[in-house]
Design a protein around this ligand. Structure first.
Ligand SMILES: *Cc1c(COP(=O)(O)O)cnc(C)c1O
Length: 385
């Protein structure tokens, strides 16, 4: 008889595991399942990045324990990339920290800044790790609803003053998963003011900064003056360079906040494989045509799905960023997703899986070809939705 710790027992039920199980059952029954639920690029890592890893593998120096904070050459590449893409100046020595994927960093941050019972501000719907990382640190997540009428930005004025006063951490993420919403510099300025007034550390997750369309350029949180005094930005090579399996990301910004995260990490992990970091350098400093080409693919898929949804009476405003389409549906999102799978062999993610305020929406990920997306739309046309 195994007894789990309270923090494990208090985790919310993992809805995605249930979806995976239902999907596996459908496939077993012979259903030709179209999976529009996963936020994992179906396109391969660009060849020049793969080649860099192959070359690095032959160097025995790369086979040893990496440094905790990451290779200086990788951190320099990240700083150079930040200057070029975001126009943000960073000191690679103490304002860049290598992560084993950004999820790792996000999950460990609350351990550095929350004492048991401390409050973190977490978007709902949101990437589940903000909430779960806080719970694993025995913290108390306070949900900030992301609502359509606020363009899926948290309403900072709606956070009760007594909560704002005790909150230690705030997580934000724009371009946003799952809503695909974007944020303006003005919103980031409001966040910096709010953080200063209340003594809150801000973690901005910018995983989708490069996955943008129609000429839109996503800002960095660090573009706002004073942002580096209150926060950090977390970045990932996963979506930008189709490198989800490689596990490489980095955090940038306030050196004291990064030092706190680094302290947790140096006691938990032993850094990212140096051959992976060298591939990361090739990604960050190499030709960027691959990013533009990938975005063209997603834009074509986005347009195919939006045209289809519109023809079904489910209009969605074209997202300017991310590979997600956040569609409003009638009734329960779980029931809707269940119906899609059972009656049409389509897997989509019910919005409620990202938090209570995601109810009423379904997330479609553009990680299938245009042909498969069109096929999904035709299957939906036969349903009563
Ligand atoms: C995919 C994703 C990440 C992920 O990344 P890794 O670097 O692969 O751990 C982080 N944040 C959001 C919002 C994501 O959607």
């Amino acid at each position: 008889m195994v007894t789990y710790a309270d923090r494990i027992n208090s985790l919310p039920p993992y809805l995605f595991a249930a979806i995976d199980k239902a999907r596996a059952e459908s496939i077993k029954k012979g259903v030709d399942v179209i999976n529009l639920s996963i936020g994992d690029p179906d396109l391969p890592t660009p060849p020049h990045i793969v080649e860099a890893m192959k070359k690095s593998l032959d160097n025995p120096a790369r086979h040893r324990y990496p440094s905790y904070e990451g290779m200086l050459s990788f951190r320099k590449a990240a700083a150079q990339w930040y200057k070029k893409t975001m126009n943000v100046d960073l000191d690679p020595e103490n304002e860049v920290l290598t992560l084993i994927g950004s999820k790792e960093g996000i999950a460990h941050i609350p351990l550095a800044f929350l004492n048991p019972g401390d409050t973190s501000l977490v978007p709902s719907p949101g990437y589940p790790v903000y909430n779960i990382g806080s719970i694993l640190a025995d913290g108390k997540p306070y949900m900030m609803p992301l609502l359509a009428e606020n363009d899926f930005l948290p309403d900072l004025d709606a956070i009760p003053a007594h909560i704002a006063k005790i909150a230690k951490l705030m997580f934000i993420n724009y371009p946003n998963n799952p809503t695909s919403a974007i944020a303006s510099i003005k919103f980031f300025e409001e966040v910096v003011d709010f953080a200063n007034e209340n003594g809150i550390i801000v973690i901005h997750d910018n995983a989708y900064s490069e996955m943008t369309f129609d000429g839109y350029k996503a800002p960095s949180f660090l573009n706002v003056s004073g942002a580096k005094d209150v926060g950090i930005e977390v970045h990932s090579l996963s979506k930008t360079y189709n490198m989800t399996g490689w596990r490489l990301g980095f955090a940038v910004g306030n050196s004291d906040i990064l030092a706190g995260l680094g302290k947790v990490k140096s006691n938990v992990d032993s850094g990212a494989f140096e051959a992976v970091q060298e591939a990361g350098i090739a990604a960050l400093l190499g030709p960027q045509d691959c990013v533009r080409e990938t975005n063209l693919v997603y834009r074509e898929r986005r347009d195919a799905l939006l045209a289809g949804l519109k023809s079904l009476g489910l209009p969605v405003k074209p997202p300017k960023a991310t590979f997600y389409v956040w569609a409003h549906v009638n009734g329960s999102s779980s029931e809707f997703a269940k119906m899609l799978l059972e009656k049409a062999g389509i897997v989509a993610t019910p919005g409620v899986g990202f938090g209570e305020s995601g109810e009423g929406y379904v997330r479609f990920a553009l990680t299938q070809s245009v042909d498969r997306i069109n096929e999904a739309v035709e299957r939906m046309r036969k349903l009563d939705i």
